[in-house]
Design a protein around this ligand. Structure first.
Ligand code: GDP
Ligand code: MG
Length: 445
């Protein structure tokens, strides 16, 4: 899975600070493969990966997950955002009849979805709370018995269908349906149109002529979620010819990975309003971007794992710090932990108020060169011996020279670090005397 592949790429990076551009680009190569495997159309996958790459570079790596897992979380969030929020509503607030027109390729599920939506509207269980009086009409004269198919479904879901008159053409049927809907006081008219095996101009012209007459409030493009790389062509052709208002993805009950959803959304820019999840008349659901994103990446658990890790880190650190403080200790190891946390939390800017004495230290750090100094300080502490780290008072002039050399800094820098540690540990001792551990815990919260 994508998870395994990314794990391999990133294991050596565990807990190493911010995601670098090189790291992210390596990971995104795997993400791109996963998207293509999920049937996301190539140009859409490319566009998405560029966007996600921008968002991921520079983000901090959480301690208890691998950077690979974190990239997955970032990619997941970007996917959910791009797939769009729940918008399972239809615009029906017009002088009746409101017209809903279904378009799409043959076999995509137009007729089935027409009846499913009509059922919900007439029961008052779609977006509407009031029951609508619905009329369905099939304009499909190309496929034998297509009109009868809709009539049968109509009987099944107890929704009226326009009487069939043999030999009428789609435009004539549309005109007759409009008239019937107006005269008989229907709230909603659903027009089920003919499809083709492939997009062709005759189909498009017929569709446009019908739209001209019926002036639909909603034109829904029905797409089989198993549509792979062709999804972009389908979406492009239809959205160029008629003003789509939304998309319905059918066969989401099958083993489709959901890539078509992303392609549809990217190309049409229209919301995915419903998902068909079976052949039965009740198998229609709101579209859930989170679920589909999880399906595209094939890894729902990794996402929640990363979310939990992000939450637990602050808690963990606060507890450890409180224990140290209770003992009146604060050594270089603790300082190093604090510096790492600062970087994780977005650098010095996010620091103010987090730790006693840190506000003062923050000013000093800003003067010393801002966020870059955090990395230098980490290097300096890295160059100390374990003894020096737990007992900083051991660090004399000679040791300072060694530490500066080892970390590529100057003795002056080492002095600044020691001073900062001194200030922080004084602040903590004071706080301890005031019995402020509880207050401190509350503050870290
Ligand atoms: P149309 O040619 O676009 O009108 O497609 P139909 O509505 O006639 O559907 C074609 C076939 O797909 C039928 O056998 C439907 O039962 C089936 N179908 C439609 N939607 C779904 C769905 O969401 N899930 C599944 N499993 N089958 C579906
Ligand atoms: Mg049909």
């Amino acid at each position: 899975s994508l998870s395994d592949r990314l794990g391999g790429v990133f294991d050596r990076l565990r807990g190493r600070g911010a995601l670098t551009e090189a790291d992210v680009r390596t990971a995104m190569r795997e993400v791109r493969v996963a998207l293509l495997e999920a049937d996301v159309a190539l140009p859409v996958a490319r566009q998405f990966v560029d966007r996600a790459t921008e968002q991921a570079i520079g983000q901090n790596v959480l301690r208890s997950v691998t950077p690979g897992q974190q990239v997955i979380k970032i990619v997941n969030d970007a996917l959910v955002e791009m797939l769009g929020a729940d918008e399972s509503t239809l615009l029906l607030d017009v002088t009746p009849p409101a017209v809903v027109m279904m378009v799409g390729l043959q076999g995509s599920g137009k007729t089935t979805t027409t009846a499913k939506i009509a059922k919900r509207l007439s029961q008052g269980t779609l977006a509407n709370r009031d029951r609508k009086k619905v009329l369905m009409a099939s304009l499909d004269v190309a496929r034998p018995a297509a009109q009868e198919q809709l009539a049968t479904l109509g009987t099944q879901v107890e929704v009226a269908t326009l009487p069939i008159i043999a030999g009428q053409q789609p435009v004539e049927i549309a005109r007759r349906a409009m008239q019937a809907a107006k005269l008989q006081g229907f709230d909603v008219l659903m027009l089920d149109t003919a499809g083709r095996l492939h997009v062709d101009q005759a189909l498009m012209d017929e569709m446009k002529a019908v739209a001209d007459i019926a002036k639909p409030q909603e034109i829904l493009l029905v797409v089989d979620s198993l549509t792979g790389q062709d999804a972009v062509n389908v979406a492009t052709s239809f959205s160029e010819q008629v003003p789509l208002t939304g998309v319905v993805l059918t066969r989401m009950d099958g083993d489709a990975r959901g890539g078509a959803a992303l392609s549809m959304r990217a190309v049409t820019g229209k919301p995915i309003k419903f998902a068909g999840t079976g052949e039965k008349m009740d198998a229609l659901e709101a579209f859930h971007p989170e679920r589909v994103a999880g399906r595209i990446l094939g890894m729902g658990d990794v996402v929640s794992l990363v979310e939990r890790a992000a939450e637990s880190i602050q808690q963990e650190d606060a507890e450890r710090m409180a224990m140290k403080m209770a003992k009146g200790q604060f050594d270089m190891n603790d300082l190093r932990g604090q510096l790492a946390q600062m970087r994780r939390m977005g650098g010095l800017g996010a620091l103010a108020g987090m730790m006693p004495g840190m506000k003062k230290a923050q000013g000093a750090l800003q003067q010393a060169g801002g966020d870059k100094i955090l990395i230098h300080m980490d290097a300096m502490i890295g160059s100390m011996t374990p003894k020096e780290r737990s007992k900083p008072e051991l660090i004399n002039a000679k040791r300072k020279i060694r530490i500066a050399k080892g970390s590529g800094t100057t003795v002056q820098d080492v002095n600044k670090l020691l001073k900062m540690h001194q200030e922080m540990s004084t602040a903590m001792k004071k706080l301890k005397k005031m019995g402020g551990i509880k207050g401190m815990m509350a503050m870290l919260g």
